[in-house]
Ligand binder design. Structure first.
Ligand code: NAD
Ligand code: 3PG
Length: 528
């Protein structure tokens, strides 16, 4: 069945064409995002949801999204998607981090000029027939100091434009390297320095706990008198009420805002002032940017739905289209090895150490680790999946360690998972043979060669004669058919293991009888 995608926001029709060309069914309902109830009603029919910022993907909507595999944000900010809830359901959330950056940077520059020359007020006055030539006295931007808070994709483009306009550009961004600042022709400064020196301040950070109200009443008071403030990033970076007061007091000369704490902004503390310029979240609204983000999101979502390739996901590592098919059998192996270890572990897991050897070490091991951890935790937490597993493990204080190294033994590729719990440490290794099927090749240091089967019995016993015969007749008498039987031992007469694939489930009383056999140390029914 072809995957189905719902577009619930105003996306360029270019996206629809891409989906159709790739053989994906697409429903384009550009106003649906605003109707939460209707969206919740129909979301269960779709594998993909393509959005901009009007659709709010809440836990309630996700709870109904039974088929949903991917949410594609045609744009940058994913703050309208409940990421923990999407992750918990195994839904990949991807954005298009660069498609609208130039456009948004240009909007910030346009806002700066609008403020510097009071263009909106002058326009309104002129079109009202007033010709108030003496009323409007602007300021030049040349040689002024432009302070950028957040110098990432968009902030950097604004910086370059600012330098081109002969401004002195300073930036506060804890993650901006000195080399990058130098490349951009920007002086990296601390926030206090920026506040004290900037004639224009423009914000380009995401809204986080740290950046919320970065321009608070106190920080606005630290700004140079006559500063002009531009926000084309996210509402909430500036305390709107404090800014309104500072504008009224004449401390701030002007403000240009594209984004607001509450959107759509029908009322706002900043509204109604001549030295305030507002646009309705138009930062990304150019034909070019909308074409870019629509094409990109449709390609990315199609790739994921059709090939498993992942790009620009905010909750999963990237996987290229070439990697996806090579990774697939190892994802299955990692998940099953994790599941094997998880089904044998009843106590609190402290550490999981995963070693990737040989060719598999060259693949995206982060994705394999997520799969292994999902398999490991699923016997204890049924809701966990490959996307949510690392977060769930972290929440539970489980330390995940990864090692990659060249092949050391008999196998081209080998994955070994060691689980350290309260009172035990358990290792299991597996590989994928040329037939693409995952195999178990070592359990706690004992070599074995077994395929995974839907229903298995794992037995540890003393390596003494008689066990196999007794076990086989017990199982046979109980009407349980043995499909395959794999054996291993550490040395003659030492510890032995048996991995037995059976048809159908193993009744508890049969397992009890196996456990009671002489020489058997433990027996466990496993399902894969
Ligand atoms: N108005 C619009 O229509 C529109 C369009 C596109 C993007 N945006 C928004 O613009 C913002 C920036 O987007 P981007 O693509 O440049 O993001 P980005 O991730 O490339 O850059 C953000 C920068 O902020 C920095 N940063 C993070 N925390 C900080 C802190 N506490 N103090 C200072 N700097 C900090 C990061 O180091 C990073 O360099 C986002 O919020 C995005 O949603 C708005
Ligand atoms: O984060 C973004 O990309 C911008 O805020 C643009 O949002 P929009 O796609 O709703 O215009």
């Amino acid at each position: 069945m072809a995957p189905r995608v719902l577009i619930s926001d105003k996306l360029s029709p270019a996206a629809i064409q891409i989906f159709r060309d790739r053989g994906i069914e697409v429903d384009f309902q550009p106003d649906l995002g605003k109707d939460k109830d209707r969206l919740a009603e129909i979301i269960g029919q779709y594998d993909g949801l393509a959005i901009r910022s009007a659709t709010k993907v809440t836990p309630k909507i996700l709870a109904k999204a039974d088929r949903l595999k991917v949410i594609g944000r045609a744009g940058i900010g994913v703050d309208n998607v409940d990421l923990p809830a999407a992750t918990a359901r195994g839904v990949i959330v991807m954005n298009t981090p660069f498609g609208n950056s130039i456009t948004t940077a240009e909007h910030a520059i346009a806002m700066m000029f609008a403020l510097a020359r009071e263009i909106p007020a002058a326009d309104a006055s002129t079109q009202a027939g007033k010709w108030e030539k003496n009323r409007f006295m602007g300021v030049e931007v040349t040689a002024k100091t432009l302070g950028i808070i957040g110098c990432g994709n968009i902030g950097s483009i604004v910086a370059e434009r600012g330098v081109g306009l002969k401004m002195k550009v300073i930036a506060f961004d804890p993650f901006l390297s000195v080399e990058r600042a130098l490349d951009l022709g920007v002086e990296k400064v601390e926030l206090d320095d920026l506040l004290a020196r900037a004639d224009f301040i423009t914000l380009h950070t995401p809204l986080t706990e740290k950046t919320k109200n970065v321009l608070s009443a106190e920080n606005i008071a630290r700004c140079k008198k006559g500063v002009r403030i531009i926000n084309c990033a996210r509402g909430g970076l500036v305390d709107e009420a404090a800014l309104a007061a500072a504008l009224d007091a004449g401390h701030v000369a002007g403000a240009a805002f594209d984004v607001f704490v509450v959107e759509p902004a029908q009322t706002n503390p900043l509204f109604g002032r001549e030295n305030v310029v507002c646009t309705p979240h138009l930062g990304a609204a150019t034909a070019e940017a909308q074409e870019n983000v629509a094409l990109q999101v449709a390609e990315q979502m199609s790739d994921y739905l059709l090939t498993g390739a992942i790009s620009n996901a905010v909750n999963f590592p990237s996987i290229t289209a070439e990697e996806a098919p090579r990774l697939k059998p190892f994802i299955e192996l990692a998940e099953k090895l994790g599941s094997f270890a998880g089904q044998l572990t009843d106590t609190d897991i402290k550490t999981v150490h995963i070693v990737y050897e040989g060719a598999v070490a060259e693949l995206k091991v982060k994705a394999l680790t997520s799969a292994a951890v999902a398999g490991l935790l699923r016997p204890m937490l049924s809701e966990v999946n490959v996307v949510s597993a690392p977060t769930v493990a972290k929440e539970r204080g489980i330390v995940i360690e990864e090692t990659t190294r060249a092949a050391t033994g008999d196998f081209d590729s080998l994955i070994t998972i060691t689980v350290v719990a309260d009172t035990l440490e358990r290792s299991i290794s597996g590989t994928v043979f040329a037939d693409g099927r995952p195999r178990i090749v070592n359990i706690k240091g004992i070599k074995v060669d077994a395929e995974f089967a839907p229903s298995m019995i794992y037995i540890t016993n003393e390596d003494k004669p008689g066990f196999i015969g007794r076990f086989a007749s017990l199982i046979g008498d109980a009407g349980v058919n043995i499909a395959t039987f794999a054996l291993g031992r550490d040395h003659l007469g030492g510890d032995a293991i048996a991995l037995v694939a059976v048809d159908g489930t193993v009744p508890a009383e049969v397992l009890g009888k196996v456990q009671a056999l002489p020489q058997v140390k433990a027996a466990k029914a496993l399902v894969f």
